[in-house]
Design a protein. Structure first.
Length: 216
């Protein structure tokens, strides 16, 4: 089972959601993202939010269409995306994909990237990805990780999330590394590329933000 969550980020940054609408997928929406889903002919299983970004007419449509509604007051301790992600994690899916979580407000985007961190710390088995038209983002912990070359995502960047990342090794890349220490704030690993069908990255300590991207 895969759970897709659509947030209320700018529509122009959304990929074609039907490409991710496989048979084993469950959809959830947050706030205006629920309306975006319905506009695309996708009915989510569950909706989260205070719905302050939709009109009364749009909310009526949402309320009459979505089977399960989780409505909250605007004054709450979690964002709508965090509430939806916590629900998704409790379903024990094999993967979770977050859409509509980038662009627009920078505070929301940074918060959504950081939402990927707690599940990694608790060793939750689900792979969690943040996806828009130009980027796929995920976090990686220590170990050896394999990446497949994709024509749609030319560039691969590695950004430290922790103060230090130790012994980073990149193999199968245009710019390889061997046991390199990377500190928070370093741009050494921006815009690398795979030269083989597959490549690996490995490190012994820290957390990396991995960004697969393409130009607009």
């Amino acid at each position: 089972m895969i759970i897709n969550i659509l947030g209320g980020g700018p529509e122009h940054l959304l990929p074609d959601l039907h490409d991710y609408n496989e048979e084993n997928v469950i959809w959830a929406g947050t706030d205006r993202g629920v309306f975006h889903l319905l506009n695309r002919g996708i009915t989510p299983k569950i909706a989260f939010g205070d719905f302050d970004s939709v009109s009364p007419e749009e909310f009526t449509l949402i309320e009459n269409t979505v089977a399960e509604m989780k409505r909250y007051k605007p004054e709450k301790n979690e964002t709508d995306m965090e509430l939806a992600l916590n629900w998704a994690l409790a379903q024990n899916p094999e993967a979770i994909r977050l859409f509509g979580a980038t662009g627009g407000r920078m505070d929301h985007m940074l918060a959504n990237v950081q939402l990927l961190y707690p599940p990694l710390q608790t060793n939750h088995p689900a792979d969690i990805y943040l996806i828009d038209r130009f980027n796929t983002v995920f976090l990686a912990g220590p170990g050896v990780h394999k990446l497949k070359k994709k024509k749609s995502e030319t560039y691969i960047s590695f950004v430290p999330l922790t103060q230090h990342v130790s012994n980073l090794t990149l193999e199968g890349f245009k710019y390889p590394l061997k046991n390199r220490h990377i500190s928070l704030g370093s741009t050494l690993c921006i815009s690398n590329e795979l030269i083989n069908d597959y490549g690996t990255f490995s490190f012994s300590e820290g957390i990396l933000i991995v960004i697969r991207s393409r130009d607009e």
